[in-house]
Structure formats: C-alpha cells, structure tokens
Design a protein around this ligand. Structure first.
Ligand code: BGC
Length: 357
C-alpha cells in the first residue's frame, strides 16, 4: 500500500513538472525557482535569452527617446531582451529602479546616470549580484565600472567654440552650462575653454557670464540668460549653450530683447527644434551625435559582455577610482550649410520636418 502511494506521488510530481513545459520545448521557470550562483546572479537555463537592463535618467530631451527605442531595437536584433526604466531626474528613484531590474534577472545593466556620483551605488549593487555595468553616454564616477561608451564630449565643446569663434573672433561671450551633476557637462565646458582660453589670454574674448543650468532644463537656462542680459545691459556678442534644450531657453531670452538671430548661439544634440532654429537663423550651430551608431555599438558590447566575452577597448577614461575601458564616438558640427548632408542624409530628421515653416 505504502509502495503504491509512493508510485502515485512520483507520477504526480512528474506530471506537475511536465505541466511547466511549453509546447515549443521552452521550459517556463517560475522566478522563485531559478537557480542562483554563489554571486547571487541567476544561472541561465540553456536556450534562455540574455536580458539587458537599461536604466535611464530622463526621457525629457528628444534624443533620449531615440536612445531608448534604438537601443531596445538593437538589443532585440541580437536575440536578447531589454527592459527599460527611466527615473525623471530622481537619484533615489534611479537607484531603486536599478534594483528592480536586478531583481528581474537581468544579465547586464546599462546606465545613463542622472548623477555621476550617486550612481556609483548602482554599480556596487549590480556587482554584488554578479552583474556587470556599462555607463552609457555619461560616466559614472568613483565606481568599479566595467565599460563606458559615449561620444568624445570634450570634442563636442571644442566644435561649438571653433564654430562660434570663426564668426565672433573678438567679443563678449556668455557660457550657459548644463547640469553640474552630469560629468558630460564638465567635459563640454572643458572643450569650450580649450578653444576660448588662448583668446581670453590674448584679451580678444571676455567671458561676461558663466553659469550651470540645473537638470539641463530650458526654464533654468532661460533664467540664466535673462540674468546675463540684465547684468550686461544686453552687451553680448556670442552665446555658447551646452545643449539644444538650454539653447532653446537662451534664444527665448534673446527674443524677449529683440536680439534673436542677431547674436550667434551654439547648442548640441541636433534636436528638431534646434535644427529648425538654424534654418530660421536664430541658432547658429548644433553638434550632431549619431545616436543610432551609439546604440548599435552599446547593444553589441552589452550582449557580448553579458555572454562573458572579454572586451578590448583602445581607450581608457579615469573615473576617479579606476581607468575605465572606454569607447568614444565622434561628434559632428552642424550649421546651415551641412544640415542636408548630415542629419537629413542619415535620417535623423526628415527634410520635411526640418524645413517646415
Ligand atoms: C548628453 C546630452 C544631453 C544632456 C541633457 C548629456 O549628458 O550628452 O546629449 O543633451 O545630457 O540630457
């Protein structure tokens, strides 16, 4: 009798475990039953897809929507899965979202940090779970980051300053910076001053106003630019603004004084609104960073690293703690003359949108 009961129990267990198998041969595993390595990282079932987590700071600027969609598409194109979370510029939320992604069984985490320093906590948490971390577009500082992929951000600033000094070799300059919490904002500014400093030293250029714009918002840039105009009684010859969002605030402030289109303004990102301003003549230039190339490269590195492949990079960038293996792509200066051969030719924006009246 006992023996018969035992047989029934074995058959039941077998039936129950078979019920967990899908018809296509793919086994469904309830999350709680997933085997876990000593590191805390889930052990993949053979055939189970690689999963990449993408933790983003914000989706506010137009470019980040492209980053999100193109990165997800590129990861999926490589046969892997991608889960995205965006934190609306909130450091605590970005950390908790990264924890959520880790608990969802990601194999690798890609992070666009809101705050270069605060995000080190994310790297530590991921590492405790045996998950590698790639910093995307913005560097994470003071952490054992596994890889950094971005554009040459110092070059972005250099391109801006070269274009503006060609038009205004002497005069009174305003610098409207990005978010002080973003490492890129510092690199952009460094690039600008690499070009301006010798001219400042010669006495050709004077910096009459220089301020960061909290969280990169057009509203904060608008306040800064109004202040710059007020403090100088509108005696300004050129403005370099760290990106197109802030350049939008700058142009609005110039417009209020009847100066839009009369003073050269530089931005960055080739946002549609900025490229339209270039066509209309209220913004002089922008810096185009081919986001598609960045997403394809980042997705390929992420999936290869998640599979345990060793990645060799030519560059290293110091993040205050280690020399981070890095991949830096090239930015492109865009003005009225090369809109067609750059952003339009590459399908970043349509001709119809750019030249819309
Ligand atoms: C990015 C820029 C962007 C800015 C604001 C920077 O880190 O490199 O492309 O405009 O953040 O989101």
């Amino acid at each position: 009798m006992v023996k018969r009961l035992k047989i029934v129990a074995v058959v039941l267990v077998l039936l129950l475990s078979l019920a967990g198998c899908k018809g296509d041969g793919e086994k469904t595993v309830a999350p709680a039953q997933k085997p876990v390595a000593a590191s805390g990282k889930e052990i993949k079932h053979p055939g189970e897809k690689i999963k990449i987590g993408f933790s983003m700071d914000t989706l506010l600027e137009e470019r980040w929507l492209k980053d999100r969609d193109l990165f997800k598409k590129a990861v999926e194109g490589m046969g892997a899965e991608c889960e995205v979370m965006a934190a609306n510029g909130d450091d605590a939320l970005q950390i908790s979202q990264a924890e959520t992604l880790i608990s969802h069984g990601i194999d690798l985490l890609v992070v666009v940090p809101h705050n270069a320093e605060a995000t080190a906590a994310i790297v530590n948490k991921a590492h405790q779970a045996g998950i590698k971390v790639i910093a995307y577009d913005r560097l994470v500082k003071n952490a054992d980051l596994d890889l950094y992929i971005s554009f040459d951000n110092e070059e972005v600033g250099e391109l801006q300053a070269k274009e503006i000094t060609k038009r205004v070799p002497k005069g009174r300059y305003v610098y409207i910076g990005g978010a002080i919490t973003d490492n890129n904002a510092h690199l952009f500014k460094k690039g600008v001053f690499n070009v301006l400093q010798p001219l400042i030293d010669k006495g050709d250029i004077q910096i009459v106003y220089d301020q960061w714009s909290k969280d990169w918002t057009p509203a904060n840039a608008l306040v800064n630019m109004r202040e710059a105009l007020k403090a100088t009684h509108n005696q300004i010859d050129a403005v370099i603004s760290a990106n197109d969002a802030t350049a939008g605030g700058v142009v609005q402030a110039l417009d209020e004084q009847g100066l839009a289109g009369k003073i050269p303004v530089a931005g960055q990102d080739a946002e549609l609104a900025a490229v339209q301003r270039i066509v209309q003549g209220t913004q002089t230039m922008t810096v185009y960073k081919p986001i598609k190339s960045l997403t394809i490269e980042a997705a390929s590195l992420a999936v290869r690293m998640a599979k345990g492949e060793k990645i060799d990079t030519h560059k290293k960038v110091n993040n205050g703690k280690i020399e981070v293996p890095s991949v830096l792509l090239s930015p492109i200066a865009v003005d009225r003359n090369n809109i067609d051969s750059t952003v339009i030719a590459e399908g970043y924006h349509s001709r119809e949108d750019v030249y819309r009246k």
